[in-house]
Design a binder for this molecule. Structure first.
Ligand code: TXA
Ligand code: MG
Length: 333
């Protein structure tokens, strides 16, 4: 299997095993049905939204979501935006009330993503939320996106449909030139109207702008009747208590362990077994899908350090190792 580093040349990718031909699906009933069926099977389908083309996967299927990171060559498990067809569906996945409800009612469908508390029983893979207790949700406006998500019948996780590090695609051609051979299909709905990613607002004690985007912040402030906190150039939020914290275990993590030492629990991978095993068969997608649940489960083991079996630093392994390294890094005080 090839991956970013090996297979990203001048921003273009060469073929990855498992996706010999990427289907270009027309924007008609048959194309939408095919795209929805692929999504339900856990496959990857790029589709147009009003902002940019998204690389869609069933948000409840951890292995499908792992494939998104793999196809993009993303070296990190950043949390992904989940796309739903309506506010009612959004409320099955997240707690939406107060300011969040006002913003949803004012601006959905449209280019606004809300970061809100995830509902535990939502069935959303914790690879989508990167183990956080919040989820980024939006209801896209593009009719084709809404039709596709409704036909798929499940929430769809979708980052922009480009290889990691290159610009977001606004036509099916852009998607093909970056991801052909790495994903199952592209639904061709012509150029995107907005051409810029959605605006992301975290709604907590004080609404905070996490990413400027297709919906101007002035409109959001007018809708809320109050101002929205912004991040400064360093990425820090301009008020305390607003930083979203990435899930990190409360105990230490030791990488590249062959076996557990005294006072450690062991997280295995492949042949190197342990108290839990991310993937006994050494399958990276399975390991990625299991990662956050395993960290949480082992975090309860009497404050013992988590020793982790060696994980090859290629493909999804890079993102897994990145997450483990950051989990094991000293906490900010
Ligand atoms: O317009 C868009 O938003 C496009 C289309 C396809 O919908 N999607 C998109 O997704 O840009 P993506 O994955 O490239 O951007 C996701 C952003 C990341 O910056 C991520 O850190 C942030 O959303 N995000 C997701 N969940 C979050 C959370 N729980 N807390 C904070 N930030 C979150
Ligand atoms: Mg992107």
């Amino acid at each position: 299997m090839c991956f970013a580093g090996d297979d990203l040349q001048d921003g273009r990718c060469v073929t990855v095993a498992g996706h010999p031909d990427t289907e270009l699906l027309p924007a008609d009933d048959a194309g939408l049905d095919r795209a929805a069926a692929l999504l339900r099977e856990g496959r990857l389908v790029a589709f147009p939204t009003e902002t940019v083309y998204g690389l869609g996967a069933d948000a409840t299927n951890g292995q499908a979501v792992a494939s998104v990171f793999e196809a993009k060559g993303r070296p990190r498990f950043n949390p992904l935006i989940v796309h739903v067809p309506s506010l009612a569906e959004a409320r099955r996945c997240a707690e939406i009330d107060g300011d969040a409800l006002r913003l949803a009612e004012a601006f959905w469908p449209g280019p606004l993503t809300l970061v809100v508390p995830v509902v535990a029983a939502s069935g959303i893979s914790d690879l989508v939320t990167a183990g956080l207790e919040t989820i980024a949700l939006r209801v896209p406006e593009a009719p084709m996106a809404r039709d596709l998500i409704a036909r798929a019948g499940r929430p769809i996780a979708a980052p922009s449909a480009n290889p990691s590090g290159s610009v977001s695609p606004t036509t099916a051609d852009h998607v093909m030139s970056g991801l052909s051979g790495r994903i199952d299909a592209v639904l061709d709905g012509g150029p995107c109207d907005v051409g810029l990613e959605s605006t992301i607002v975290a709604v907590g004690d004080a609404p905070t702008l996490l990413r400027p985007g297709g919906l101007p912040v002035e409109q959001i402030e007018a809708g809320l009747g109050r101002s929205v906190l912004a991040r400064d150039e360093t990425g820090a939020v301009t008020a305390p208590g607003q930083l979203e914290s990435h899930y990190a275990p409360s105990v230490g993590v030791r990488l590249d362990a062959k076996c557990a030492g005294a006072g450690e629990v062991m997280l295995g991978f492949g042949d190197v077994d342990g108290d839990m095993n991310l993937s006994p068969s050494g399958d990276m997608r399975e390991a990625a899908a299991n990662l956050f649940a395993a960290l949480r489960a082992l975090d309860n083991a009497d404050g013992r350090t988590i020793a982790v079996a060696p994980i090859p630093d290629t493909g999804l392994g890079r993102a897994i190792n990145d997450r483990l390294r950051r989990a094991g890094a000293p906490r900010p005080t």
